[in-house]
Design a protein around this ligand. Structure first.
Ligand code: ZN
Length: 161
């Protein structure tokens, strides 16, 4: 078996090929190869999948079957960082550190545009989101995953823009 990645919707800033490369590179820093080879990822840039105020989110459809939505209008580096963030959550699903019932998915596993979110979500929930260990790990690891991916592309002369 091999990792399966499918795409829906249009992204004018980054190609599906760059996403494919980034997903493989980042997952190899997060999960064993054997686990990666069983995953099915559905990546969407489709506006119809947008959740209010989200910059990205992920959910597990069933075991090994995940959905990631990324806001395609954001700048390229931000999109890659959001991808890395959501892949850390997939690692957490795979290692049972989180599950869909751990909390309200919308507030727990969704990255949000902070200036708008306070209008629709109580402060207590916003604090719980940012201070939860899974979010701290995802935010922290996303930065390093993204920098290493971009360095990797530079080293291999991969034109990612
Ligand atoms: Zn998150």
């Amino acid at each position: 078996m091999a990792l399966k990645i499918t795409f829906q919707g249009e992204n004018k800033k980054l190609s599906d090929d760059v996403f494919r490369l980034a997903i493989k590179f980042m997952l190899e820093h997060l999960l064993p190869k054997r686990t990666i080879s069983r995953l099915k990822l559905s990546i969407s840039f489709d506006p119809k999948d947008n959740m209010v105020n989200a910059i990205g989110y992920c959910c597990d459809f069933s075991s090994k079957n995940y959905f990631i939505w990324i806001r395609p209008t954001r700048e390229r580096k931000k999109q890659l960082e959001t991808l890395a963030h959501e892949l850390v959550h997939i690692k957490q699903f795979e290692t049972n550190e989180i599950c869909a019932s751990t909390g309200n998915m919308k507030t727990s596993w969704m990255r949000t545009l902070s200036k708008n979110i306070s209008k629709c979500v109580p402060k207590k929930e916003i604090d719980a989101y940012w201070d939860s260990p899974p979010e701290i790990e995802a935010c922290g690891r996303a930065v390093g995953l993204c920098i290493r991916f971009l360095n990797h592309c530079d080293d291999k002369n991969i034109n990612y823009w």
